[in-house]
Design a protein around this ligand. Sequence first.
Ligand code: 3UK
Length: 526
Amino acid sequence: MRDHTVSVDWSKTPAEITFAANFNTAVPFIDRHIAEGRAGKTAIITVGGDPVTYGALAAGVNRAGNALLGAGFRPGDRVLMMVKDCPDFLYLFWGAIKAGIIPVPINTLLRAADYTFMLEDSGCTGCVYSPEFAAEVVPALDAADAGPARRFPTEGTGTTLAALMAEAPDRLDPAPATAADDCFWLYSSGTTGTPKGAVHSHRDIPVTCIQYGVGVLGMAEDDVCFSAAKLFFAYGLGNGMNFPLWVGATAVLYPGPPTPAAMFETIEAHKPTLFFGVPTLYAALLRTLESETPDLGSLRLCVSAGEALPADIYRRWKERVGVDILDGIGSTEALHIFISNYPDDIKPGSSGRAVPGYDARIVGDDGNEAATGETGRLMIKGDSTAGSYWNNPEKTAATMVGGWLDTGDTYIRDADGTYLYCGRSDDMMKVGGMWCSPFEIEARLVEHPGVLEAAVVGRPDDDGLIKPEAFIVLNDPDAASLDLGEQLREHCKQGLAKYKYPRWFNFVEDLPKTATGKIQRYKLRQ
Ligand code: 3UK
């Protein structure tokens, strides 16, 4: 096989995927399109920006790779990316990979303290950020121990990525690599709030594109993808970048917050065929659709992931918009969706069936496979899973066992092979599809001078979607008031990523605890 090629045998189930011995994944995703005659085709449409062709994308990727090498990054070094959804994200991500540098896209909604942790934990050589995020990123860089000297805003004044790219050559040879070599990382939040860097290899992206993007969604060159979920999220990275680049389709990027108005305007203006969101967004879109009638006629299929999609939201969307939403479960460690509903086979309220290429099993408390209809922990195995967490042998050993990935989710498998989500096995919550640790919110709450103790649990809102609820023991029980609840809400919004604030506050006399003093959160859940 020629260098950097992938072959897929679709006559087998699951499709058999073979990689060239020398395989840098940037080549099939970027350069291949030039060889296949797509140089003039639009690869990226950015709302508020200029379209980018496959030819311009390939040149930008080469320039960004050369810019990083010229700035002192060496193969194997990490570059942290706090970059909004825009063409720079693609130039940087693929330019790094092509040059053998490891890109690490980071959630841009986080706070300085989160970034400081990741800057230190990753041992990165530098970081590139959109100027919009400077207020949290720059203090984090200043605070990080041995903080990386190399820091570049994408644009603006001084030494920016744009300035470095303008001077860099637009030709770059791919760094030698194998399908199993480290390629990029994604941080995933842990129970204690310290994120873990999942190390992904060159094979992982093509595997998700082939097995889920083409295999389940039936993606093809004439699709136009629009992902409300951002590229920094493994879900968005697949939907909004990897899948369209794999099949030579077009991606629509929206750089700002995904408000219903912005989503509908973008769909009307750019006519995507596929739309990807989290359940909370579908609920918000449905509320807007009560009073507005945007033209959503371009959509052939919608996808939901990040947390369970309530059956009611699926039904209301289908009735109002006339298009299915496919719910599927994925994870940062697996890179994308491994259990999913299918276009011709949807069971509302379930996660669907295993995606070909992934094995799933449900393990009971005794360590044996749970019987049909019984709950247990969901374990999965597949060719896109991260092999380890960076610098964290304990977490690696606990989560990645003999090629199986412990999802930490409780599931039931039905007689027909459908998987039903029954909640987390730990206290972690998904809020708007993003991780939320009760411990982190509790720690923020007790920083308030009025708070003696706090416990946080997940509570379903009117749409059946989980949001944080706080139970507070005050230093002065008589101080309880609506106004104090409002103050605590602000206090959380200030110190935490904005989606993490508690939506309900209860003032209580004490918290239920075990004999050893551990909070019994299950007693607080309704
Ligand atoms: C939960 C779901 C029920 C579940 C993700 C699609 O969410 C993604 O990755 P994360 O690492 O979180 C993984 C965890 O989120 N979850 C995700 N989807 C569903 N629970 N139904 C669902 N449909 O707890 C899982 O373990 O943030 C989703 C593609 C790529 C992803 N990384």
